[in-house]
Design a protein around this ligand. Structure first.
Ligand code: UDP
Ligand code: MG
Length: 345
């Protein structure tokens, strides 16, 4: 993929007169009232220090707490660098990020969690890698500050995914990543209804790189991922980027058929030579239950793929936008009137 050379414009920044935005920060927010205030403090502080033109795009993913009110307030405080996309209902973190991508104007787009697990002060590190000509910057959490079981489960899933797909990420779980706008465009063009953005972006990257970043404990509030959601996400990750699970079952099927055939042959010969056998009923049970288990598992895996096809062909919108808070962006640059675009109900 051809990379546009990103021109550096010296000390032009924030409200750059030509309206050009260098960095877009996309942050999904779902019931995060407890952390937003400290996020605003640290994030805007870090961004202002970077001395580049930027925009922060918050995507409210159907929060039912005070998050929306707090985002509105923040928009009023810093309208020239803040945009808020409010979704009608909870669409999931990845769909929310896509909603942010659609509006991002920056040459570089950085995704970040709202719970301060990804320190905003590290954004600089990612940006400098993009400046070096990389088009995708992944991250490896230095010391993951999540519960032990999640750490272990995630490492196992990471390893499985690494084996079965062509996506190479040392730490798949961390959403703190930076992309060149070409990659973001490719992600938007993909039209996949359920996807895992870091992995999807990775397959379009020509020159990916990874950096080690600090990881902090959630500043406040609780994780929005239940065990069920995590399993769902991992299924997406496995089935979106590989059809190896299906192929494995074809091979297992073939092997079982070959062994069964040999077994039948053996029993037939035995019957002719030694006579019929009566013992071993439970061995037979054990074998058939095992094979039944394998079969059910195979049907389940097949179902995952069929389900994905079903969701994809239905082609329902990934998210519905309720309101957007942003300055109207025109070719001449941002206008200084805040507009609230409200769609018809
Ligand atoms: N999030 C979201 N929609 C959801 C779930 C989560 O926008 O349905 C956001 C959440 O507000 C946070 C980020 O995604 O900014 C990561 O969520 P969380 O911190 O709960 O996940 P964890 O760090 O536990 O994996
Ligand atoms: Mg988190």
């Amino acid at each position: 993929m051809m990379l546009q050379q990103v021109e550096k414009t010296g000390s032009e920044h924030r409200n750059s007169p030509d309206g050009r935005v260098e960095l877009s920060i996309v942050i999904p927010v779902y019931n995060e009232e407890a952390v937003l205030e400290s996020l605003f403090d640290r994030l805007y502080g870090a961004m202002d220090r970077l001395d580049r033109s930027y925009e922060v795009i918050f995507v409210d993913d159907g929060s039912r707490d005070r998050s929306v009110a707090m985002l509105r307030q923040q928009y009023q405080k810093r309208p020239e660098v803040t945009r808020v996309v409010i979704l009608r209902a909870n669409a999931g973190q990845h769909a929310a990020i896509v909603a942010g991508f659609e509006r991002a104007l920056g040459d570089y787009v950085i995704t970040l969690d709202s719970d301060l697990q990804n320190p905003p002060e590290e954004i600089e590190k990612l940006v400098s890698k993009l400046d070096d000509g990389h088009d995708y910057v992944g991250t490896i959490r230095h010391q993951r500050m999540d519960s032990k079981w999640r750490d272990v489960a995630s490492k196992i899933m990471n390893r499985v995914r690494e084996r079965i797909s062509n996506v190479h990420m040392t730490d798949q779980g961390c959403m703190f990543r930076a992309y060149h706008r070409d990659i973001v465009k490719a992600v938007l063009d993909s039209q996949e209804s359920q996807t895992y953005i870091p992995a999807l972006a990775y397959i379009y990257a020509a020159n990916p790189v990874e950096v080690v970043v600090q990881h902090e404990e959630r500043a406040a509030g609780e994780s929005k991922y239940s065990l069920f959601k995590l399993i769902h996400l991992n299924f997406d990750l496995m089935t979106s980027f590989s059809i190896l699970p299906l192929q494995i079952f074809s091979v297992v099927g073939m092997l079982v058929s070959v062994f069964s055939f040999l077994f039948v042959l053996f029993l037939a010969l035995r019957r002719l030579i030694v006579g019929s056998e009566v013992e071993g009923v439970f061995t037979l049970f054990a074998i058939s239950f095992f094979i039944l288990g394998v079969l059910l598992f195979a049907v389940g895996i097949l179902g995952e793929y069929v389900g994905r096809i079903y969701v994809q062909v239905r082609n329902r919108p990934k998210f519905l936008i309720k309101t957007v808070l942003e300055k109207s962006v025109q070719e001449s640059g941002p206008q200084h009137t805040a507009t609230e675009l409200e769609d018809a109900r």
